[in-house]
Design a protein around this ligand. Structure first.
Ligand SMILES: Nc1ncnc2c1ncn2[C@@H]1O[C@H](COP(=O)(O)OP(=O)(O)O)[C@@H](O)[C@H]1O
Ligand SMILES: NC(=O)OP(=O)(O)O
Length: 311
């Protein structure tokens, strides 16, 4: 089977953790224990988040008095792909001796006139109390929004249209390479009338890019691995209940929060609706069981659809 996994930002940096490299490398090694098991059985493509990391690098760049202008978010996104890609590459190579692994810096095409540029929604960096976030917004010309009980900086998050390096990724996967790519949703780029690429100030949602890439690479299954065992109905209320096997139709009838579960649900629904194949959302350490339909929230076109693992 060909499987694509989108690894949540929480897997790399738990809420409240300091963003030290050692902490993130330790978390990558934990994640790779599970990912290596998938790679032993399947062709594997891995994407990852970068929200906390890209926000941290933006702060560092803005504080650098040697710079005329702080680095833009496309360049910062590339930095996060290099940094997280390197950690994953090394951990995967150590866990899968003899297997070819590569971590790619990849770009994702977006539309220059995407309305998202006028309405920033993507959370980046650390959380703040409301008063501090609003002060920082005034001082630094940021937009900030509420994220759960805290506040965070937000930046534009245009819709992904195509991973520029899709053909190269497909070729590597066919050759048996475990590919880490499209980290942070990919470096956001636009094409001009001459076909030339250039970067834009944005951070793309990694789950939406992973969904599009899953389709473009003809993946049999799309897994979003995060820190909850299943998607919940009535999340955060006394009536909350876990959703097991479900359909895009059912998921689309439920409201999910924009900054967290919303894009994940949209990403899995799009993949299942377009391809008829299986997607799932669940906990990182249950990835093997999720792929067998024995854990997580499993999404297929209908409730009686046979799982690919049983075909
Ligand atoms: N309906 C829901 N079911 C389960 N989790 C939900 C739901 N709504 C919001 N969440 C939150 O979504 C979080 C996962 O989203 P997010 O933090 O963006 O993940 P990641 O960084 O791993 O991609 C969970 O930790 C949970 O707090
Ligand atoms: N780019 C992105 O979606 O990152 P997170 O998953 O960390 O928010």
């Amino acid at each position: 089977m060909r499987v694509i996994v989108a690894l949540g930002g929480n897997a790399l940096l738990k809420r409240g953790d300091r963003p030290d490299a050692d902490t993130q490398i330790a978390n990558v090694n934990i994640a790779v224990k599970t990912l290596a098991k998938l790679a032993e059985e399947h062709e594997l493509i891995i994407t990852h988040g970068n929200g906390p990391q890209v926000g941290m690098l933006a702060l560092e760049s803005a504080a650098d008095t040697n710079l005329t202008r702080a680095y833009s978010f496309d360049t910062l996104g590339a930095e996060t792909q290099g940094m997280i890609g390197y950690w994953m590459l090394q951990a995967l190579q150590n866990a899968l001796p003899g297997r070819q692994v590569m971590a790619l810096v990849t770009q994702t095409l977006v539309s220059a006139v995407d309305p998202a540029f006028e309405n920033p929604t993507k959370f980046v960096g650390q959380v703040y109390e409301q008063a501090e976030a609003e002060k920082l917004a005034r001082e630094n010309d940021w937009v900030v929004r509420q994220d759960g009980q805290y506040w965070r900086r937000v930046v534009p998050s245009p819709a992904p249209q195509r991973v520029v390096e899709t053909r190269l990724i497909r070729k590597a996967v066919r050759d048996g390479v475990v590919v880490v790519c499209a980290g942070g949703g990919g470096i956001p780029v636009v094409r001009d009338a001459q076909g030339r690429l250039s970067g834009v100030e944005a951070v793309i949602d990694k789950d939406l890019t992973a969904s599009m890439l899953a389709e473009a690479l003809d993946c049999d299954a799309f897994l979003i691995l995060t820190d909850v065992p299943r998607v919940m109905k009535d999340f955060g209320t006394p009536q909350q209940s876990e959703i097991g096997h479900t359909t895009p139709y059912e998921l689309r009838s439920i409201d999910f929060p924009a900054g967290s579960m919303g894009p994940k649900v949209e990403a899995v629904c799009r993949f299942v609706e377009t391809t008829g194949d299986m997607a799932a959302i669940g906990k990182l350490d249950q990835a093997v069981e999720i792929l067998k339909g024995k854990a997580g929230t499993i999404i297929t076109p209908s409730a009686t659809w046979p799982l690919i693992s049983t075909l």
